[in-house]
Ligand binder design. Sequence first.
Ligand SMILES: Cc1cc2nc3c(=O)[nH]c(=O)nc-3n(C[C@H](O)[C@H](O)[C@H](O)COP(=O)(O)OP(=O)(O)OC[C@H]3O[C@@H](n4cnc5c(N)ncnc54)[C@H](O)[C@@H]3O)c2cc1C
Length: 255
Amino acid sequence: MTEETNIYKIEDVLHDGIGYVELIDAMGSDLDIVNAAKVSYNKEATTFGPAEEKLLWYLWFHKHTSPFEQVELKWRIKAPAVVWWQFVRHRMAEYNATSGRYTPYKDEYYTPPTWRGQDKHNKQASSDVIIQLSPELEAQIEELMLQSEQVYQDSMKEGVSRELARLNRLAWRDYHTFIVKMNAHAFMNFLTKRDHKDAQWEIQQYAKAMKNSVLTIIPATLTCFDTYRKEAVKFEEQLNLIYKERFKDVGKSSS
Ligand SMILES: Cc1cc2nc3c(=O)[nH]c(=O)nc-3n(C[C@H](O)[C@H](O)[C@H](O)COP(=O)(O)OP(=O)(O)OC[C@H]3O[C@@H](n4cnc5c(N)ncnc54)[C@H](O)[C@@H]3O)c2cc1C
């Protein structure tokens, strides 16, 4: 199957032939979310129709979020360290990862499709400007990657343990494989933050792939979430204007 047909494994997330997102398990559905709410008045629906969809939207729009925690979604993911590091900031999730202490790293380094320039306004972000690296810098980077692999291998050949030999690698470029489980509430919080223009491009690609992988599991929930987000973004823009106006005369922190 392909990405267009709502597949369960999305290959090549970052266009370098290495990373992937694979939905390996899922428990629950839109109907389970609604029934979790309906248990309050000891009722249960057997099919998901317009009345159930209405209740689901009501729950999300009014922040009755616990029923969304009845759906569990589990993925196996291969992603570069920069993405893995951003993942684990999401505490409402369960993780297990391949250990570089057991398993030697493969000669697989993430190389971005383009070298994005530094954003002029957002200190954390990159811009749309693509930097054409000089041949000298390109050669330096190539050399660094070869050296990294060589020194890692040589360290282990000389008897250094795997847990220490890995200190000699270009660690941010290493790929990590992990299993992550989130409930639908935590997942929508993840999407809010990581399928967002302010998030690093790399993790945005993973967030989009994860969302694509569950489109058929919780379709009504995701439609509701998308509708809510579209309006919430407008609201956040208004809040940002209020923030800017309130602090327009306040200079930068001296620290
Ligand atoms: C664009 C961007 C830039 C970022 N930059 C930085 C950075 O520079 N430095 C940095 O350290 N992090 C940074 N982060 C990480 C960010 O601060 C969050 O840690 C991360 O996005 C996880 O979000 P979360 O806490 O909502 O998710 P989760 O940890 O999954 O938590 C989900 C929700 O549970 C609740 N919750 C969880 N734990 C607690 C708690 N201890 N107390 C109360 N409520 C809790 C909160 O409502 C939270 O939203 C950045 C994130 C983004 C998206």
